[in-house]
Design a protein. Structure first.
Length: 470
C-alpha cells in the first residue's frame, strides 16, 4: 500500500468511528480548528506571503474568512439543519393506501478527497470551504495540497491534525497528501466516497472523468472555469459610465486577476474607440504584483497574446508588471465567428470589452455564453431587463445587480457554482452553509422500533424537522 492509500484507509476508519458522535461534538471539532488557526496567524500569514506572492493584507483577510467559515458551519450543524429530518407517522387513511412509519435524515458519505486551489492559500485550501463542509457533514478528509504552496499546506495540515486530536476527534479524520500520483490515487481509491475540487477546467475535467470511470463512480464536485460576463444597459452607460469603468478596472485587476469570479468580459453600448481608450487610462496606471507561480504567469501571457491575435480584437490599454494588466476590445458581432471570445478564460489581470449597438443586442449575446459562476447586470430604474435576467439566471449560479462579482460572501443564501463548465454539479455550492449537503446522502428508516432509530429521528427529539408534512 502507498502512503496515500494508508491515509485513505485511516480516514475511512475515522469516519466510521465518528458516525455515532453527536453533531454538537463535531461542531466542537470545527471550532477547535478555527481557534488553532487563529492562534497561528502570525506564523501562517508570512509563510503564505512568501509562497504565494499575495499581499499580507489580502492573506490576513483570507485567513479571517477561513476561520469565520469554520465557525459558521459549526453553528449550522449544531443547529441540525443539514440533517433535514423528516418524520411521517403511520397513517391508515393515507390517500394512496395505508402509510408506514417513515423517517428520513441525511448521513455522511464517507471519505472525501479535497483538492486545494492555487489562488486561495487559505479559503479554498487545506482548511478551506471543501474541507470545512466535509468535516461538518461528518466525513473524513484527505486533502491534496496544491503545489503552488506546499510548505504552507504542510504546516496548515499539521495544525489542523493537532487541533482535531486535541478536541478528541478520531485519529485519521484529516490528513494531507502531495503530488500528482497521490491526486490520481485519491480519486480512484475504492474507499474515497466523493471529491471536492477547485481549479482549472482541464485539470478538473480530467479528474472528473477518472471519477466517472471507476467501477463505482463517485460524486465529483468541481468548480472549474468561468468568464463572469458583465452587461451594461444604455441608460446605465450614459448615467454612470466613469463609475462603471472604475469598478470594472478595480474588479478585474484585484488580486492580479486571480479570482474565479473576475469579470472577464464587459459588454457595453457602442462607444467611440478613442474615447473608451482614454477612459480606460486607469489600466495604464496599474502595476500588477507577481502572480502565484511562474507557470501561471506564462499561461496568462500566452492567453492574452492568443486573444489579441483573434480577428476583430485589439489591445485597448495596458499597465505594467510581469503580468501586464490588459484590456482588449472587439465588437460583439465578432463573437459570432470567434466563439472563443465568449469561452476562453484569461486567468490573470486581463478582460475583454465587447461593444453592442444597444440593449436589443444584450439578450442574443447572453444566450451565447456557456455556464458561469456569476453574471452581472448594470442598469437603471426603468430599464427593461427582465428577458436579459431570465437568460442570465439560466446561465449562472449567481446573478448580480449593479455590483462586481469579485468577493463571495460566506452565508446561508450563497450559491457558488453554476452550469458546466462553471461546475460539474450545478445544483450544489462550494461556499456557504449549503456546501455541507454535498457530502451527505439521505436514508429513510421504515417501521423501525424507536430504540434502533438514530436519536435524532425519535419522537421527542429536538431540532428542526418536518413532521407529517408540517
Amino acid at each position: 500500500m502507498s502512503a496515500t492509500s494508508d491515509r485513505i484507509a485511516a480516514a475511512h476508519g475515522a469516519y466510521l468511528a465518528a458516525l455515532t458522535v453527536p453533531v454538537e461534538e463535531r461542531a466542537g471539532w470545527l471550532r477547535a480548528v478555527a481557534e488553532t488557526l487563529e492562534a497561528h496567524r502570525a506564523e501562517l500569514v508570512p509563510l503564505a506571503v512568501r509562497e504565494s506572492h499575495l499581499g499580507a493584507a489580502r492573506l490576513e483577510g483570507e485567513l479571517t474568512r477561513t476561520v469565520f467559515q469554520l465557525r459558521l458551519l459549526a453553528d449550522e450543524i449544531a443547529g441540525g439543519h443539514p440533517l433535514d429530518v423528516v418524520v411521517d407517522h403511520v397513517d391508515a387513511g393515507w390517500g394512496m393506501g395505508p402509510r408506514p412509519d417513515l423517517r428520513r435524515m441525511n448521513v455522511p458519505v464517507g471519505v472525501v478527497g479535497v483538492f486545494g486551489a492555487s489562488n486561495f492559500p487559505f479559503a479554498f485550501s487545506v482548511a478551506g470551504g471543501d474541507t470545512a463542509s466535509a468535516l461538518a457533514a461528518g466525513c473524513a478528509v484527505v486533502h491534496k495540497v496544491h503545489e503552488a504552496h506546499e510548505e504552507l499546506g504542510a504546516r496548515t495540515g499539521a495544525i489542523v491534525v493537532d487541533a482535531l486530536a486535541a478536541a478528541g476527534a478520531p485519529d485519521g479524520l484529516f490528513s494531507v497528501v502531495f503530488g500528482r500520483d497521490a491526486a490520481v490515487e485519491l480519486v480512484e481509491d475504492p474507499l474515497t466516497a466523493a471529491i471536492g475540487f477547485t481549479g482549472s477546467t482541464a485539470g478538473g475535467r480530467a479528474l472528473f472523468d477518472r471519477a466517472m470511470r471507476r467501477p463505482v463512480p463517485i460524486p465529483f464536485y468541481g468548480e472549474l472555469g468561468s468568464i463572469n460576463p458583465v452587461f451594461v444597459t444604455e441608460h446605465a452607460w450614459a448615467t454612470r459610465r466613469q463609475e462603471i469603468i472604475a469598478g470594472f478596472v478595480g474588479s478585474f485587476t484585484l488580486g492580479v486577476g486571480q479570482f474565479c469570479t473576475k469579470p472577464g468580459v464587459l459588454v457595453v453600448p457602442e462607444a467611440d474607440r478613442a474615447a473608451l481608450q482614454e477612459e480606460l487610462a486607469a489600466v495604464t496606471e496599474v502595476q500588477a504584483a507577481e502572480m502565484l507561480t511562474d507557470s501561471l504567469r506564462e499561461r496568462y501571457a500566452h492567453a492574452v497574446e492568443a486573444m489579441a491575435a483573434r480577428p476583430g480584437v485589439e489591445v485597448l490599454a495596458q499597465g505594467s508588471g510581469r503580468a501586464v494588466p490588459t484590456v482588449l476590445v472587439a465588437e460583439a458581432a465578432a463573437a459570432a465567428a470567434e466563439h472563443a471570445l465568449l469561452t476562453e478564460e484569461m486567468f490573470g489581470p486581463a478582460s475583454l470589452v465587447l461593444t453592442v449597438a444597444g440593449d436589443a443586442d444584450l439578450v442574443p449575446l447572453a444566450e451565447r455564453f456557456e455556464g458561469q459562476l456569476t453574471v452581472t447586470v448594470h442598469g437603471e430604474p426603468g430599464d427593461d431587463v427582465a428577458s436579459l435576467v431570465a437568460v442570465l439566471a439560466r446561465r449562472a449560479g449567481r446573478v448580480l445587480w449593479n455590483g462586481w462579482p469579485t468577493g463571495v460572501s460566506v452565508t446561508w443564501a450563497q450559491h457558488h457554482g453554476g452550469p458546466y463548465p462553471a461546475s460539474t454539479a450545478p445544483a450544489t455550492t462550494s461556499v456557504g452553509t449549503a456546501a455541507i449537503t454535498r457530502f451527505l446522502r439521505p436514508v429513510a428508516f421504515q417501521d423501525f422500533p424507536a430504540d434502533l432509530l438514530p436519536p435524532v429521528l425519535r419522537d421527542g427529539a429536538t431540532g428542526p424537522r418536518r413532521v407529517d408534512g408540517r
